[in-house]
Design a protein. Structure first.
Length: 455
């Protein structure tokens, strides 16, 4: 099997002298075999190895046992080992993604962080490739998805991609390579497990060399995919025009080439892989005109025979403003704030007139130093009179579901000690009107209509 791995490495030009290679090692048979083989080949190729293990903290003591096993194996092989402990369940819930996707994202982010200039070697096998092809087939994938896992993608290399899982386990057993077994791989909770445990065994009854057949099939499909992609790129180059792409030139191309070209243009514009439905919609624009919303707020439009992509308008950051009171009045970029000082002898009468009056006031005698008003600043927090905790203004605005475009217009009154009062939220606890208050500052805000103060 080692010769097969060497053949794969050389056929796809995976390694060069001086390369640093981060090897993803879970402790299973595949990754243990990969680390063992690369460690034996490191002098031949002149490479430096670093093993990287992620403890997903999903299986308690078993996960910790896998981590200890990988550390011990690396020590015995003399390979540097880096380990990351990540609570994948919590991270997945936080990000709103599945456990598999979250785990994959964390692993690759960690592998890349170990050494930014390194190649990343993963232990994907021909068996994994077969499972991926079947999985993508059930999702209605196009040609590219049916090519399975590529041997090389960017800085990621897969030296075991031509080896089956059975071959790898046989190699481990024949060379005394110990490995751990993740029992969750034998549970049908995940789609890939169901394919591995239930579907592929049935297909092997039809063709015992099913995985070898997949290798031949994906090799042929990958060649077709590469050629069609090159023709599609030629089409987009020819269709280029001022501000976009000639819709008629695209429309006149064969459907297979045209849609592939559109998919590449859409991916480039939005940064996301377009769905089949989105490609169909944009394809329909070439003759009819109009627009379609893509991922990331990007719009694809055809106007005057030109297909173009437009980003969503750039967000403007609010301008910070800070205005001091002069004669109890402060001019704002969009209006003015006035303070009316009321003596305590008038307080009871005014409370009867308007019970909500005290929500728009503060104890003027508790002001420290000068007084001014401004809009929200990063890190602002206040302990409001009606709450027993300190909260950031950002959190208060979020709780109230205050639109982003309105937040720069919220008036915050401050003194030399900090926040005194926040529009729509009330007075800071330290400046509340109480039985000892002598002078009350009533707040009146007059805003110009329809004014958003932004750059």
């Amino acid at each position: 099997m080692k010769d097969k791995v060497r053949s794969t490495i050389e056929r796809f030009n995976m390694l060069s002298p001086g390369d640093k290679v981060v090897v993803g090692v879970s402790g299973g048979a595949d990754s243990s075999a990969l680390l063992f083989i690369l460690n034996e080949l490191k002098d031949l190729y002149g490479i430096k190895l670093i093993a990287a293990h992620v403890n997903h903290c999903l299986r308690g003591e078993m996960s910790d046992g896998d981590e200890a096993f990988v550390r011990d194996m690396c020590e015995r092989l003399g390979v540097e080992c880096r380990v990351l402990r990540a609570d994948i369940k919590t991270l997945a819930e936080r990000d709103g993604v599945g456990l598999e996707e979250c785990g994959r994202n964390v692993r690759y982010e960690f592998f890349n962080s170990v050494c930014s200039e390194a190649k990343i070697a993963t232990a994907h096998t021909l068996s994994d490739k077969a499972e991926t092809v079947l999985f993508n087939l059930t999702r209605g994938s196009a040609l590219h998805g049916l090519c399975g896992i590529p041997p090389v993608r960017g800085n990621i290399i897969r030296p075991l991609i031509d080896c089956t899982r059975g071959e790898i386990e046989e190699f481990c057993n024949g060379n005394g390579i110990e490995y751990v077994t993740d029992l969750s791989n034998f549970q049908c909770d995940y789609s890939r497990n169901r394919i591995r445990l239930n579907v592929i065994p049935e297909l092997k009854k039809i063709n015992p060399s099913f995985e070898a057949a997949i290798l031949r099939c994906t090799g042929s499909l990958a060649a077709d995919d590469s050629y069609l992609s090159s023709v599609a790129r030629e089409l987009t180059e020819k269709a280029k025009t001022d501000g976009g792409y000639n819709a008629a030139a695209l429309s006149g191309a064969h459907e297979a080439i045209r849609k592939r070209a559109l998919a590449e243009l859409m991916n480039k514009a939005s940064g996301a892989v377009p769905t089949g439905r989105q490609i169909e919609l944009v394809d329909g624009l070439l003759d009819s005109g109009g627009g379609v919303q893509l991922e990331g707020g990007v719009t694809a439009s055809v106007k005057n025979g030109v297909l173009f992509f437009k980003d969503k308008p750039e967000k403007h950051e609010p301008v910070c403003w800070n205005e001091r009171f002069v004669d109890n009045c402060a001019n704002l970029p969009f209006g003015r704030v006035e303070l009316k000082i009321v003596h305590r002898t008038d307080r009871e009468r005014k409370q009867k007139i308007n019970k909500k009056l005290l929500e728009c006031c503060f104890d003027y005698g508790k002001i420290c130093g000068s007084i001014y008003c401004r809009n929200k600043s990063d890190g602002d927090a206040v302990r409001l009179g009606k709450r027993n905790c300190t909260k950031s203004l950002k959190k208060l605005f979020n709780e109230k579901k205050l639109p982003l475009e309105e937040r720069s217009r919220v008036v915050v009154i401050c003194d030399d000690r900090g926040i005194v009062w926040v529009e729509n939220f009330g007075c800071a606890q330290r400046c509340l009107v109480d039985e000892n208050t002598t002078d009350i500052a009533e707040i009146q805000i007059k805003k110009d209509e329809g004014c958003n103060y932004v750059k």
